[in-house]
Design a protein around this ligand. Structure first.
Ligand SMILES: NC(=O)c1ccc[n+]([C@@H]2O[C@H](COP(=O)([O-])OP(=O)(O)OC[C@H]3O[C@@H](n4cnc5c(N)ncnc54)[C@H](OP(=O)(O)O)[C@@H]3O)[C@@H](O)[C@H]2O)c1
Length: 274
């Protein structure tokens, strides 16, 4: 990975840890990274695991950084930014992974025309299989654009959004999406157990089926609807189940679920903002 910049992480929780681990694995030097976090025990762990600089001061962390990653919870981001003293002429890139905080709000809290990339990663980033959507404001130059992408690619796939307003749909799809798949797995497992299958066997078959289905869809690059039709023989077992799902309104239910998540993402931004 071609990142030569110094990167400061404000907040050293789960997501920062995944990004740091991914960056180090992809060739970034430990000396390029600095994490600030209030929890001393957490800082000691981060230092022990990754041999990176850690500290309790966000201001110290950002001093020599070219890139500042806001990896704190959305509820504390405003305070974290407001407490920083930053030269308005600086060329730092600010990357926010805080869910639900729009770029104009970060811009306002920073108080100058900063280069900002807003990202929406998801939980599988913790195992380097994340899906992250990124949005860059007009101040982000092409080098910063590439660097932001490289940082998030350290934990999985990345896509750029042209309109920040699409971030709410992304939140509904990939941000919250892992939980929908967990729910489907939960439902399938419970049904198998009801049919008399041993719980351990149900779990392992269910998980491998989920992984295999996703891998197949990615590798053959076919429309999921086509893939489904291919494995659904007329009069067969799969068709019996799919017919039940469709008659039960599963497509409409998912549509309503994702719409509810999108609406909630919109309202969260209002609750978290000024
Ligand atoms: N985890 C995910 O899958 C996921 C997915 C999408 C987006 N995100 C976003 O990623 C961000 C981080 O999530 P996370 O799961 O990594 O949360 P997390 O594990 O709670 O990490 C946040 C860290 O920030 C620390 N912190 C609190 N106040 C701070 C301050 N003033 N200055 C510096 N650090 C401070 C926290 O310390 P204490 O615990 O001691 O308070 C904690 O170690 C969130 O904004 C979230 O919306 C996460």
């Amino acid at each position: 990975m071609n990142i030569n910049n110094k990167i400061a992480f404000l907040g050293g929780g789960n997501m920062a840890r995944s990004l740091i681990s991914g960056l180090l694995k992809s060739g970034v030097e430990a000396s390029q990274l600095h994490v600030s976090d209030p929890d001393e025990a957490n800082r000691a762990l981060l230092h022990a695991d990754f041999a990176i600089a850690t500290g309790s001061s966000n201001q110290v962390a950002i001093t020599n950084a070219d890139i500042v990653v806001f990896a704190v919870k959305p509820q504390v981001l405003k305070d974290v930014i407001s407490e920083l003293t930053i030269d308005a002429n600086c060329t730092k890139l600010f990357i926010s992974i805080a869910a639900g905080i729009p770029e104009p709000m970060i811009h306002k809290w920073l108080g100058f025309d900063a280069a900002i990339v807003r990202c929406m990663p998801n939980t599988p980033a913790l195992v380097e299989s994340g899906a992250t959507a990124l949005f860059a404001n007009a101040q982000v130059n092409s080098q910063q654009h590439d660097t932001a992408e490289s940082i998030m690619r350290a934990v999985g796939l990345t896509v750029w959004l042209e309109r920040e307003s699409d971030m709410d749909a992304v939140t509904a799809l990939s941000g919250s999406g892992p939980a929908y798949f967990f729910l489907v797995m939960e439902a399938m497992e419970q049904s198998a157990i009801k049919m008399g299958l041993d719980a351990k066997i149900a779990r392992i078959l269910c998980l491998q089926t989920a992984l295999g289905a996703a891998k197949l869809a990615i590798e053959v690059q076919q429309d999921p609807a086509e893939l489904r039709k291919k494995v659904t023989s007329p009069g067969g077992t799969t068709e019996a189940a799919i017919t039940e799902f469709q008659n039960g309104g599963m497509m409409e239910l998912f549509s309503r679920g994702l719409f509810a998540a999108q609406q909630r993402a919109k309202s969260l931004a209002d609750e978290l903002g000024d």
